[in-house]
Design a protein around this ligand. Structure first.
Ligand code: PMT
Length: 399
């Protein structure tokens, strides 16, 4: 049973936090409610006390049942800090590191994952200050359940309504540690694009954001694996808790992955590696004429090289998983790639769609293995990563 600290702050959505508490309990979690003073204007602490069967913490200096410093004691025993609703005020305090009440002190003191379900007026939600604070929190790994759109309690219509309690409970469940099914396993994940230099100032790249690979690395780490992430140039930050090596080119990624593969139980190649690199010139190419013809040469095919090395007995224990980014005949091409590159699994994605695949938060894939194909419906990249790992685990057990 996991222990969730449910932070409730002063917004009209506070009454929905009662349903969130119930949902968490139904999912088998123990809940301790922590209310700000403002939240008590909307819902009485007694309501949460009756549901959670724990004393509700409101004041920083209330005397507990023992002499522990209460926010420190709670901080080290919770598995998740969930704040629903999270007002602009608490988001600002978390971002700035202000600890002037129990909840904001708990945020600083805990090392548990943190999930926010913001709720506020549309203009407040859209305000640059709030968005900047959320961006700061995201870089620290704080997760968020986006507010919904619609008619708000303040009479406005727009984005800012607290997400549905069921959705908040599902998001919380994802952050609570899953079974450590990959404990003791070493996983290498590649992510992002490669940049291939044309001359000292120009390069050829692609639209990969790194998000798919990062989601995979994060999911493997959550399941207890020792993860090495080899990432091309991305603006998105890699997840915490994984060892990350930054590379730029296909040749550098080849060296980084192949040199570590011998110790790996799994290599997952989610990176969009350039197939060709310009034959580089040392001086900046000057403008000359209407056309520019570039000479390109093949880059090393990392996945195919790993497949060859394994066939030659160099990587006896390494499971190989690749991706196929296709715009037509997606599954047929993925099958062909699996055979040609001697991989155990190819994750096929249709990159002709703008709402999934490259540079967005969602994907839809088909897992192609020796035993057949399995469609994974459209979902967040975290959902897709989970489905991929759940398919990899039995293959690993067999290997
Ligand atoms: O990064 P995101 O914005 O989240 O987008 C995710 C993604 C679309 C990039 C990802 O889901 C994906 O499809 N990655 C693989 C893209 C690709 O390069 O596909 P491919 O069909 O060209 O390559 C097939 C496989 O061989 C891939 O596993 C690739 O990593 C690998 N490869 C390719 C070329 C090369 N020189 N070496 C390789 O190892």
């Amino acid at each position: 049973m996991s222990l969730v600290a449910l932070g409730v702050t002063g917004g009209i959505g506070a009454y929905k936090a009662v349903e969130v508490a119930r949902g968490l309990q139904k999912a088998g979690h123990d809940v301790v409610a922590v209310m700000t003073q403002a939240a008590t204007e909307f819902v009485g602490p007694l309501t949460f006390e009756a549901i959670t069967r724990h004393r509700v913490i409101v004041g920083q200096f209330e005397r507990g049942a023992n002499a522990d410093i209460e926010h420190i004691a709670l901080a080290s025993s919770i598995d998740l800090l969930l704040v629903a609703p999270a007002t602009a005020n608490i988001i600002g305090k978390f971002a700035a590191g202000i600890a002037d009440d129990f909840l904001s002190s708990l945020y600083l003191a805990t090392r548990a994952p943190v999930l926010l379900a913001p709720a506020m007026n549309t203009n407040m939600w859209e305000h640059e200050a709030v968005q900047r604070n959320l961006a700061v929190l995201a870089t620290r790994g704080v997760k968020m359940v986006e507010p919904g759109e619609g008619f708000l309690a303040c009479g406005w219509t727009g984005k800012g309504r607290l997400a549905e309690p069921d959705d908040i409970v599902v998001a919380a469940g994802r952050l609570l540690m899953p079974a450590q099914t990959l404990a003791g396993r070493r996983v290498i994940v590649s992510a992002g694009p490669t940049y291939e230099d044309i001359d000292p100032v120009r390069y050829v790249g692609n639209r990969s954001s790194g998000k798919m690979g990062f989601a995979l690395a994060e999911e493997c780490a959550r399941r207890g694996a020792c993860v090495t992430l080899v990432a091309g140039p991305t603006t998105v930050q890699p997840p915490g808790g994984v060892e990350t090596f930054r590379v730029r080119t296909a040749a550098e990624m080849h060296e980084a992955v192949v040199s570590r593969a011998r110790d790996a139980d799994v290599v997952i190649m989610a990176a969009a590696v350039a197939d060709y690199a310009p034959v580089r010139v040392s001086q900046k190419i000057a403008k000359d004429g209407d056309e520019l013809v570039l000479r390109m040469a093949r880059t090393p095919d990392i996945l195919a090289d790993l497949g060859r090395r394994r066939a030659a007995g160099e990587l006896p224990k390494t499971l190989l998983v690749g991706f196929a980014a296709e715009t037509s005949d997606v599954v047929a091409r993925a099958k062909e790639k699996r055979r040609r590159k001697q991989a155990d699994m190819i994750v096929a994605n249709d990159v002709s769609r703008t709402d999934r695949g490259f540079d967005v938060d969602q994907n839809e894939v088909t897992l192609v293995t020796e035993s057949g194909e399995e469609a994974v419906p459209l979902g967040s990249k975290a959902d897709i990563a989970r489905a991929i790992i759940e398919r990899i685990e039995p293959l690993l057990a067999r290997a």
